[in-house]
Design a protein around this ligand. Sequence first.
Ligand SMILES: *Cc1c(COP(=O)(O)O)cnc(C)c1O
Length: 230
Amino acid sequence: MINSIENLRSVKEVHEIILKAKKFFYRKNNEITLIIVSKNLSLKETKKIINQGQKNFGENYVQEGIKKIFFFRKSKNLIWHFIGKIQSNKTKIIAENFDWCHTIDRIKIAKRLNFQRPKNKTPLNVLIQIQTESLDLEVEIFLKNLKKLVKKILTFQKLKFRGFMMMQKKEFSLEKKILNYIKIKNIFENFRKKNKKIDTLSIGTSKDFAIAIACGSNLLRIGSLLTKSN
Ligand SMILES: *Cc1c(COP(=O)(O)O)cnc(C)c1O
């Protein structure tokens, strides 16, 4: 584990850092939910954060996520977000254990998650991950494919389509990141106009949360900011 427990900021400190950006961009404090990305956190560190009242956690790796979900199953009201790349042989574990999945990128995956979501559970909240490369495609082709995917997902009974997610690449310039976030914001707004149930834009990490907040994020995925030196 990269973090030692003394090196972790408290969740309150993380909220305070983010609050500055919320205020700066005239965003209301309660319109943005903080997900703590726990991929580099041990069980002990995760427990410390749960004890500070944190409810939303993001996991990139199915096995590690399951270990934590199982270990903390007695902690009330925790919400587990799957935010990693999905291999089709892992959809069953995701459908059975997570509350959200942010990284749907094709019909096949949505279909499997829908089929595998247990009948006794509420529908799985899902987001479509928009790859930054796809924003460089011709706009008509990109939108046509996206509309098709959204339309299909909306027919699945055990999935609740909530919106879009994007992850920027490390090497992108600030300008490129801003342009990408403005694009996804506009895409999100256009879909939301037609369907009020589409209410979630999952953008913003430790490196770029301020511009994500400026561009309408309502779900931040924060990991490394939890480490004091970052
Ligand atoms: C790791 C990760 C994050 C968190 O990134 P930090 O820079 O550590 O805040 C957010 N989203 C995804 C998809 C990630 O893999």
